[in-house]
Design a protein around this ligand. Structure first.
Ligand SMILES: [Zn+2]
Length: 304
């Protein structure tokens, strides 16, 4: 599933209100026999740090990796002089498509919500901003996506939304709800839901970089990890994916302000991606698990 698998960056609409940049027009889905992983996040770049190496790992094993992004991150901090909010959304869409290439996964599906923003950029009056959308509407949209791509495994934010962004929290809740209600779908629904999990140490590192968060609240103890993925083999993919998010890497950004020591510590953390378990429809044979598909009937070979 390398670069040649990518269609040009066009937008083929397959469901109302959802932009699918990588697949053919919607037809009634046949029962899925291909291993499929659906990762759902809120903004372009949410995927790169926490789950990028895992996505590359499973894509190389032949898993159909679908990344859904709820917004285009257009209300993020503008670190490029002269850029408008509209420009930023279009630019970040292209950056995410490029990041997916770097991760060797198909181009993303956009759920077409608006970025809620933070601080002085918060969009209290935008009805399409994630923070103002009815969570059940998000769940319905996600169920349609689940029905179409038929994932066995889903991944999203943990209950604290990583560092607590309101859009992350909204996506966590909607994806969790969709996982639970999707069990009645004709294909049987996803079997496992995982949350990206951050150790207390990693959370402390982010706090030191200026994020206002309590590491003991936002981080978890290592016993909480259901899966610890060694993704050091995909470090170059992750670095390229992070670099693709150029608008987020300016001198004023969190990344841009890092000291050399912080960068070194970040490189160390890039080698592992950790997940807690959000739900299962199959027995858990061992804990921690060897991988996201461990114990799923017919898919055990993926985590040997
Ligand atoms: Zn985000």
């Amino acid at each position: 599933m390398g670069r040649e698998a990518h269609p040009p960056a066009g937008a083929a609409r397959t469901l109302p209100g959802m932009t699918d940049t990588h697949s053919a027009p919607h037809t009634a889905p046949a029962l899925n026999t291909r291993p499929t992983l659906l990762a759902v996040f809120a903004h372009p770049d949410d995927e790169a740090f926490s789950v990028g190496g895992t996505l590359t790992h499973y894509a190389r094993l032949g898993v159909n990796v679908v990344l859904a992004c709820a917004t285009r991150g257009e209300a993020g901090k503008i670190t490029v002089p002269g850029m408008t909010v509209t420009d930023l959304g279009a630019q970040r869409e292209q950056e995410l498509i490029e990041a997916c290439r770097a991760l060797e996964i198909p181009a993303p599906v956009f759920l077409d919500y608006h970025d809620s923003g933070r601080y002085e950029r918060t969009r209290h009056d935008d009805p399409l901003a994630m923070m103002n959308v009815n969570p059940l509407d998000v769940e319905v949209k996600l169920r349609a996506l689940i029905e179409r791509v038929q994932p066995q495994v889903m991944v999203t934010f943990d209950p604290h939304g990583g560092y607590g962004h309101v859009d992350h929290l909204q996506i966590h809740r909607a994806v969790s709800a969709a996982f639970f209600s999707a069990g009645s779908l004709p294909y049987g629904g996803p079997k496992r839901l995982y949350f990206t999990a951050m150790s207390v140490e990693s959370a402390a590192g982010i706090a030191r970089m200026g994020q206002d968060l309590d590491p003991l609240v936002y981080g978890v103890s290592e016993e909480t990890f259901a899966v610890r993925m060694d993704v050091s083999a995909y470090a170059e993919n992750k670095k390229a994916a992070l670099a693709a998010h150029g608008t987020q890497m300016g001198e004023q950004s969190l990344m841009g302000r890092m000291t050399p020591e912080e960068r070194a510590a970040m490189q160390e953390r890039l080698g592992h991606e950790n997940f807690s378990i959000g739900g299962t429809r199959t027995p858990i044979h061992q804990y921690p698990l060897r991988g996201l598909f461990d114990g799923l009937e017919g898919l055990e070979h993926l985590d040997q």
